[in-house]
Design a protein. Structure first.
Length: 324
């Protein structure tokens, strides 16, 4: 199995000895995690991690399913013992494990055997794999973000994503966002802010989401760099924001596709960076909806600068909120 692959439907017995199919969950994102054996130490830690994160994943609209080669009875016992709130599936004949390619040769005390490799698949509402995680330690926030991005993209396409408007000083939003992100990266994020208290009327939370996506991309695609630079300035009553990294850069070919849904960048060694290719699409669509535009300038091997513009309002305009 690989990212962007459509999954053939399958059916398995649950911990309640009922038959369910993947197609039963069509229309919802699914977090499908494979684990080797019920009630073993590593699998218990993993299962309880999903248990503790269940409400957060559920709030993001996701269905959580666990699969192992155990019997329905063993799954039921495991579920009851640790109060697991999601469905466990019994793949006794290994059909689904083989379908997803998670059975791998393992070695214990010199003896080789076929075992299940812990793997989590994030599947979108249309049954297409959008992300594969080999290790799920400390990945709950990442999973939640992935699912929220998938839902946002779906709502954008259908025009159902709601916006709540308010007036805010843009440079203040930059300072807040950078302060939050600075603690998560070893890179120094330098701010060169010259927007002069420019007030923007937009959905503050969604603009922050766009900025955060750009900063996270700058961090991810510059693994060996030490700095990220954020600049703001005003020109012809427009606010401009640049986020510059000093990483791998983007080829001319990729520049043409960078803001498309599910497009993922490869570096010049053809290695694909983690992600599902929605962050830039969502960011550009948010900025478009707010009356601005987004673009990129880049040179391979030297880095990229993602830029966007927004209309700048007089700073003394009254703050009013509305939803659309």
């Amino acid at each position: 199995m690989e990212v962007n692959q459509k999954i053939a439907d399958f059916s398995l017995q649950t911990d309640e000895d009922q038959t369910v199919s993947l197609s039963d969950y069509k229309g919802k994102p699914v977090v499908l995690f494979f684990y080797p054996r019920a009630d073993t130490p590593g699998c218990t830690i993993e299962a309880c991690g999903f248990r503790d994160a269940f409400k957060k994943l559920q709030a993001a609209g996701a269905v959580v399913l666990g699969i192992s080669r155990d019997t329905p009875k063993a799954q039921a016992k495991f579920k009851a013992k640790y109060d697991l709130p999601y469905t466990l599936l019994a793949d006794v004949d290994e059909k689904v494990c083989n379908q997803f390619g998670v059975l791998k040769e393992k070695n214990m005390y010199g003896k080789k055997y076929m075992g299940t490799a812990r793997t989590t698949f994030v599947i979108d509402a249309d049954g297409i794999i959008q992300h594969i995680i080999k290790k799920v330690d400390n990945q709950v926030d990442k999973l939640t973000t992935l699912i929220n991005n998938m839902l946002d993209a779906t709502k954008m396409v259908s025009g159902r994503l709601e916006y709540t408007y308010s007036n805010f000083i843009f440079d203040d939003l930059i300072k807040e966002t950078v302060t939050d992100l600075q603690i998560t990266t070893r890179k120094k994020i330098t701010m060169e802010l010259s927007a002069n208290n420019c007030t923007v009327r937009a959905d503050k939370e969604k603009v922050e989401q766009a900025i955060t996506n750009l900063l996270n991309n700058a961090n991810k695609f510059s693994p060996h760099a030490e700095n990220i630079v954020v600049r703001t300035f005003i020109k012809d009553h427009q606010l401009y924001c640049d986020i510059q990294d000093f990483g791998i850069g983007i080829s001319d070919e990729n520049k043409e596709k960078i803001f498309q849904q599910f497009y993922r960048i490869n570096n010049n060694n053809k290695n694909t960076f983690p992600g599902i290719g929605l962050g830039l699409y969502i960011s550009s669509e948010i900025i478009k909806r707010e009356g601005g535009k987004m673009w990129v300038t880049s040179k391979e091997g030297e880095g990229s600068t993602f830029s966007f513009s927004l209309p700048c309002l007089p700073a003394d305009e009254t703050d009013e909120e509305k939803s659309v």
